[in-house]
Ligand binder design. Sequence first.
Ligand code: PLP
Length: 561
Amino acid sequence: MARTPVPTHWFNVNAAIPELYEPYVDPETNDPVTDQALEELFAPELVAQEVNRADTWLPIPEEVLRRLSTWRPTPLLRARGLEAALDTRCRILYKYEGASPIGSHKANSGVAQAYFTKRSGRDRVYAETGAGQWGSAISLGSAFNGLGCSVFMVGSSFDSKPSRRILMETFGSTVERSPTEHTDAGRSERARTPDSTGGLGLAIAEAVEATKADPAASYALGSAFGFVCLHQTIIGQELKDQLVDAGVEADVLISCIGGGSSFGGVIFPFLTDPPGRRPELIAAESNAVPKVTRGEFTYDHGDSSGLTPLIKMYTLGHKFAPPSIHSGGLRYHGLAPQVSKLINLGMGRAEAYAQLEIFDAATLFARTEGIVPAPEAAHGIAAACHYATKHRDEERTVVFCLTGHGFFDLPAYQTYLTGNMEDSDTPDDLIEKSLSGLSRVSGTRPTSLASGRDTAFAGWQRRHAGARTSPPRRGDRDSPAARAGATSPLGRVSRADGDRAASAADSTVTDLTGAQVVTERTLGGCAPDTTVIVVQPGAVLTPSARSELRRRGIAVRNNER
Ligand SMILES: *Cc1c(COP(=O)(O)O)cnc(C)c1O
């Protein structure tokens, strides 16, 4: 493939498609926030990018372009091994953002934010980080630009993920375990809970407070805001060129969504294609943090302390405390406003995936393509596998963004491979509680701009109700399949468990030990009353096969030992 040049401009969707723009709102006045208020936190040039609705193309400064060019353009690769394993006629391509120095797309904005912050005359950034990915990106950018960088790292990650902290320190950053003694937010949390392990909302609150107290500093933000999505549009532009070079057109574009910056960056440049030629757009979210498939499209704060302006977006409520999952980068209650709006308008849709399904997809991808994906990125792989399986007899082109590699996530793989990973569930009770809290905030919701739930939302939900991947139903928990599935990904059921499942009086066992990869189609060949399948040691299940097993209540065991 010819080497695609790195794009020289960012694509500003606010100018290209003005109906996607919704201003941030000051909760006290109900008026759009002023640029000055945003400049308290961010460099003026970043604020100018955030509110620009006039220029579709914003030039990337020479210095930023030079840095980006050390790893860009990132490759667009064809997943032939995965295609063969899924037994599909679809062509599956992926854009590999794990090629950046820190292993994910977040570097694209880290480098740009550090540059504009330094150029505005400020000499320090404060940032929060959950699992450490954004902290790594802004540390990289700060190193490039001679900028001081202080990262508030969520206490539990600080304790359990030393590698990311060491990476940030290697780039010269100071990493603090949040809650700290340096801020009111941190001190009051420590007074309340002396052994607190923190949380993302608290780490944001600390970073914002530290920024406000330091006139020479800026706050750096890893996703969700418009300027972050803008910096990520370099991905989609390269992708467009690479597809032209390869002589193919995408039928569907897929990326996972945390705050939505990678998804926005991938798909925004395609939105101006003529409607008939525009690909389908799928945002893959975690079923544990289902902001689109279960949340509301309304005004809410971007952080759990309510410090940010109100943002019109899909949200689970800013007090929503996501369950612990191995995809830290997707544990965010909201979604970039432009991405939210386009989904609300029916231009794209979301699908939710459970943890075991995405690790099935990740493992299949590692074995067929050789790249170990970040668990977040594996949501995109699972969605691509589903699509390519559903349309297996059609020559469609499926393109997904592999947002990062999983070298820092190997302990999670270990948990999966040893059969100790729990599946994720949709926390209906938490969501209900959190959303009801949101409507109590409605006193501060800007009545002039929003009338609560969008009327278009209900219609959208009806249209897309079938698109949601159904979360595991509560009743499923006790079925042999759910038990086996929850404790034995890849069919590595312990002998005792397997025997118990197989010896159940009414079990019909189907031998699939001839298959290295078990697909939905393989299962189609099983007797309809099958209750147990036996697979070879280390066999891989495809995500669609996993769904099918769950639907049919079939248990898995292997013939190991
Ligand atoms: C942060 C992160 C995500 C989530 O990205 P958003 O742009 O916030 O949606 C996805 N994948 C990886 C590898 C990440 O680090």
